[in-house]
Ligand binder design. Structure first.
Ligand SMILES: Cc1ncc(COP(=O)(O)O)c(C=O)c1O
Ligand SMILES: N[C@@H](CCOP(=O)(O)O)C(=O)O
Length: 405
């Protein structure tokens, strides 16, 4: 097991605390896949409880006693028959990551990232966040007794997420700047070794998130979807999920791969623009803006990994407007009973748009990832809903209302 630069191929020991290569390239964790293949089979995996740690041999942990867990993963993969009818597709699933312990997919990353921090003997962890990363890191650092510092863009973090970070006991610092500014600041703290950084630039964190790909195969009885659609912000998740599929292929668990499809918001779409230019580099946005605050990111650190995932899987990247996001959020809640935060609904909005554009075939088996719980952002949900009806305590008035549509 090593850390390897995706740009120049240089390798580093896993115990070296380093976030990018000397050449500036992003790092990823590589394993001896033949060794994993000899240890693991579908049957052995199935004997264990579903969740991130079912896939232990694929995870960068040396000492199991150091694992910090809140029982993350094992999230539902819903077949969505009502949406299939509504959108005119043959087979549609939603992988609902809002069902994780703190309500987002970040918990998969943090169980592994904070376990690594434990193994390294780190005492102070930190991150920049649009909300979910901070909520999750605050919870896992509380559980492992570490000090936690989170930097947030003031006024742009959904209420539920802010409440979580504060309540789990993190030191919460709001900056007069956006997420990208906050990330630059915590990267500086990490370079000076004042914190162990647990944003997705840390390759160990992404190892936990790749288990979304593992679980999708597992829950589809080892079949592989034609396409996986993922909301994209800092671009770690789409890269991680793709790595999961590739590793299952490398170890003989699956023999096909899905088309990775990333969705961004119109006001923050540097990856979509790069994809449409067929480029490998992005042009960052200085002032990203969208109702989907979780993906209000102008300079995604994992852009090279995400673009590689999209290009080499034959996938696609598209942007959706705030109106399309809210419409999709409502559709998912009202047709399937699944309440997600706005950023999460971009995968559904993106699917609808790509079907209309003829990019996605109606016969495909599709999995949309919904990344965070709807209760994270109650303000957005209330703004998008009809006002409750107010009446006096009058039974006749109530009966009259009951008869209305
Ligand atoms: C709810 C939600 N959806 C999507 C994303 C985007 O994920 P990524 O940054 O890995 O692209 C985030 C945060 O980054 C998020 O919190
Ligand atoms: N949406 C994210 C943004 C940070 O992404 P990360 O994956 O690099 O931590 C958040 O929840 O803060």
């Amino acid at each position: 097991m090593l850390q390897k630069c995706i740009k120049c191929g240089k390798t580093y020991d896993v115990d070296e605390i380093i976030y990018t290569c000397e050449c500036g390239g992003l790092l990823e964790i590589v394993y001896d896949y033949e060794e994993i293949k000899n240890k693991i089979s579908k049957e052995t995996l199935r004997k264990r409880q579903i969740g991130v740690w079912r896939y232990l041999e694929y995870l960068p942990v040396k000492d199991e006693r150091k694992i910090v867990t809140l029982f993350e993963g094992g999230t539902p993969l819903y077949r969505c028959k009502n949406l299939e009818k509504e959108l005119g597709v043959k087979e549609l699933y939603v992988k609902n990551e809002g069902a994780n312990p703190t309500g987002s997919f970040k918990d998969r990353g943090m169980t592994v990232g904070v376990t690594r921090a434990n193994e390294l003997g780190v005492e102070v962890v930190g991150c920049a966040s649009t909300g979910n990363t901070s909520a999750s890191l605050a919870a896992y650092s509380a559980r492992s007794g570490k000090k936690c510092i989170v930097l947030l863009p003031e006024g742009k973090v959904a209420l539920g997420k802010l409440a979580q970070a504060m309540f789990y006991g993190a030191k919460v610092i709001q900056i007069n700047g956006n997420f990208d500014d906050a990330l630059e600041m915590v990267k500086q703290l990490a370079r000076e070794k004042l914190i162990y950084l647990l944003n997705s630039i840390n390759p160990f964190r992404l190892e936990g998130q790749k288990t979304i790909g593992f679980e999708i195969c597992d829950q589809l009885n080892w079949q592989v979807p034609d396409r996986v659609i993922v909301p994209v912000g800092n671009a770690g998740n789409i890269s991680a999920i793709w790595k999961g599929f590739r590793e299952f292929e490398a170890t003989g668990i699956i023999d096909e791969l899905p088309k990775m499809t990333g969705i961004q918001a119109e006001g923050a779409k540097p990856i979509v623009e790069a994809f449409k230019r067929k480029a490998k580099d992005i042009t960052p946005y200085k002032n990203p803006e969208t109702i989907a605050t979780a993906i209000r990111i102008g300079n995604p650190v994992n852009a090279p990994k995400a673009l590689e995932a999209i290009y080499s899987s034959g996938g696609y990247a598209e942007a959706v407007s705030d109106e399309e996001i809210v419409e999709a959020q409502k559709l998912l809640a009202r047709k399937e009973g699944i309440f997600v935060e706005p950023a999460s609904a971009s995968s559904i909005a993106g699917l609808k748009k790509l079907l209309d554009e003829g990019i996605v075939d109606r016969d495909e088996r599709i999995v949309c990832i919904t990344t965070g719980h709807g209760l994270k952002d109650p303000d957005a949900a209330i703004r998008a809903s009809e006002e409750p009806i107010k009446i006096e305590c009058d039974i006749d008035v109530l009966k009259k209302i009951l008869k209305e549509d």
